[in-house]
Design a protein around this ligand. Structure first.
Ligand SMILES: *Cc1c(COP(=O)(O)O)cnc(C)c1O
Length: 395
C-alpha cells in the first residue's frame, strides 16, 4: 500500500470536486459555451442546461425551479437574502433576528444593515452551540422583518432547531432565512414542508466547484434585486449565467442528497474512530459542540495548553491539513466568535482545532493524522509555559 504523506481534514472549508461532477463540468465548459440569454441554438442549449440544473436543485431541497436563483456562492446568497429581504420589507419594520454564531457573511451583512438604520438582535447560544429558542420568541417585535439562523454551524457542527424556528417565524408572519451551506448533504431538506422562506447553499462544500451557489427564495417572499443589469435569474441577479458552474452544482447536489444516509453512516464511523484514537493517545482535551445534535463530519477539540495556530502550522509540516475555526477568521489573532459565544474562555478558544472529514476518509489516513497530532501536541506542550491544570479527558 502507498505510504500516506498527507491527509486533508478540512472539508468544512472546502471539498475536492467529485469526479462525476468534474466530468460534467468539463463537458459543459467545452461544449455548452453559448450565452444562456442568446436566442439561437447554442444559447438555447446553454439555457436548457441551466434550467436542468435548476430543476435538480429544486428537487434536492423540495422547492420549485422558479424559486431557485444561482449566485456566486454561499457568501453572496447570505448577503442577498439578508440585505434583499430586509430592504424590501423596510416599510413594515427595521428589526432583524439572527444568532451570535453565524458565518461572517451573515454577521457582516447584518452590520451593514445596522448602518442603514436596522436593529439586529443577536441570539445567544448555550455551551453546546444551540441557539436559544425562547430568546427568539422574546426578541420578536411587530417591526421584525427577518429571522436568519444557520442550519448547522461550520466551526463546531451543531445542528440548530430550524424546524421549530421556521414554524415560529411562519406563525408570526416573518420570513425565515437559513444558511444551509454546511447542512446540505448532511441533513435532508424540504423547504416547503419546513416553512423555510429563503435558504443559502454553496457547491464547493459538497463536491462541486468554488464560485457557484444558490439562494432559494419562496414564492411570495419580498426580496430586492441584488445585481443590476440584464434580466438573468428572473430579473433579480444580473450577469451572464455560469452554466458550467450550475451544471456542476446540479450534479453535486443530486449526488449529495442521494448518498446522504450512506455518507452519514460512513462519517459516523470515521468520527467515532478518530475520537477513539485521539482520546486514547492525547489527554487534557475537551470536545466542542453538541454530542448528538450535530454534523457527523466535524470534530472540534480544545487542546489544553496548546496554541491552536501553532498546532495547525506544525501539522501542516507533516501534511495534515486542519483549521482553527473558520478560515475567514484565521490569520487574525481574535479567538473564534463561535467558541466565545459558547462560553469558552479566550485561551481555551484559541487552543481549538477543527477536523472535518469526507465520507471517503480512511482509517489509515486517520491513523497517520492522529500520530502527527500526538507528536505535535506533545512537542508544543513540552515547550509551552502554559500550565495544564485539569487532569481529565472530557469527551
Ligand atoms: C463556507 C460557508 C459560507 C460561505 O460560502 P462561500 O461559497 O465560500 O462563499 C457561508 N456559510 C457557511 C456556514 C459556510 O460554511
Amino acid at each position: 500500500m502507498e505510504k500516506i504523506t498527507s491527509v486533508y481534514l478540512d472539508h468544512a472549508a472546502t471539498t475536492p470536486m467529485l469526479s462525476e461532477v468534474y466530468k460534467e463540468m468539463v463537458t459543459a465548459l467545452n461544449d455548452i459555451y453559448g450565452n444562456a440569454a442568446s436566442l439561437y441554438l447554442k444559447g438555447r442549449e446553454a439555457d436548457e442546461a441551466l434550467e436542468a440544473a435548476r430543476s435538480k436543485v429544486a428537487k434536492a431541497i423540495g422547492a420549485n425551479p422558479s424559486e431557485i436563483f444561482f449566485t456566486s456562492g454561499g457568501s453572496e446568497s447570505n448577503n442577498w437574502a439578508i440585505k434583499g429581504i430586509a430592504r424590501a420589507n423596510r416599510a413594515k419594520g427595521n428589526h432583524i433576528i439572527t444568532s451570535a454564531i453565524e458565518h461572517p457573511s451573515v454577521l457582516e451583512s447584518c452590520k451593514a444593515l445596522e448602518k442603514e438604520g436596522f436593529e439586529v438582535t443577536y441570539i445567544p447560544v448555550d455551551d453546546k452551540g444551540v441557539v436559544d429558542y425562547t430568546e427568539i420568541v422574546k426578541a420578536i417585535r411587530p417591526e421584525t422583518v427577518l429571522i436568519s439562523i444557520m442550519s448547522a454551524n461550520n466551526e463546531v457542527g451543531t445542528i440548530e432547531p430550524i424546524r421549530a424556528i421556521a414554524e415560529l417565524a411562519n406563525m408570526s408572519d416573518i420570513p425565515f432565512h437559513t444558511d444551509a451551506v454546511q447542512a446540505i448533504g448532511a441533513i435532508p431538506f424540504n423547504v416547503h414542508e419546513m416553512n423555510i422562506s429563503a435558504l443559502s447553499l454553496s457547491a464547493h462544500k459538497f463536491g462541486g466547484p468554488k464560485g457557484i451557489g444558490v439562494l432559494y427564495v419562496k414564492k411570495g417572499v419580498k426580496i430586492d434585486k441584488f445585481i443590476d443589469g440584464g434580466h438573468q435569474e428572473r430579473n433579480l441577479r444580473a450577469g451572464t449565467s455560469n452554466v458550467p458552474g450550475a451544471v456542476a452544482l446540479g450534479k453535486a447536489i443530486e449526488i449529495a442528497t442521494e448518498n446522504l444516509e450512506e455518507n452519514n453512516k460512513k462519517l459516523r464511523n470515521i468520527r467515532k474512530y478518530f475520537l477513539k484514537q485521539v482520546s486514547e493517545r492525547i489527554h487534557n482535551i475537551s470536545l466542542n459542540g453538541h454530542p448528538s445534535q450535530r454534523l457527523l463530519n466535524n470534530v472540534n477539540i480544545s487542546f489544553e495548553g496548546v496554541e491552536g495556530e501553532a498546532l495547525l502550522m506544525m501539522l501542516d509540516r507533516s501534511g495534515v491539513y486542519v483549521s482553527t475555526g473558520s478560515a475567514c477568521a484565521s490569520g487574525s489573532l481574535e479567538p473564534s466568535h463561535v467558541l466565545v459565544a459558547m462560553g469558552l474562555e479566550e485561551e481555551v478558544a484559541q487552543s481549538s482545532i477543527r477536523f472535518t472529514f469526507s465520507p471517503n476518509t480512511t482509517t489509515e489516513e486517520i491513523d497517520y493524522a492522529v500520530n502527527c497530532l500526538y507528536k505535535a501536541v506533545k512537542k508544543i506542550r513540552s515547550i509551552s509555559a502554559v500550565r495544564i491544570y485539569k487532569n481529565k479527558v472530557e469527551l
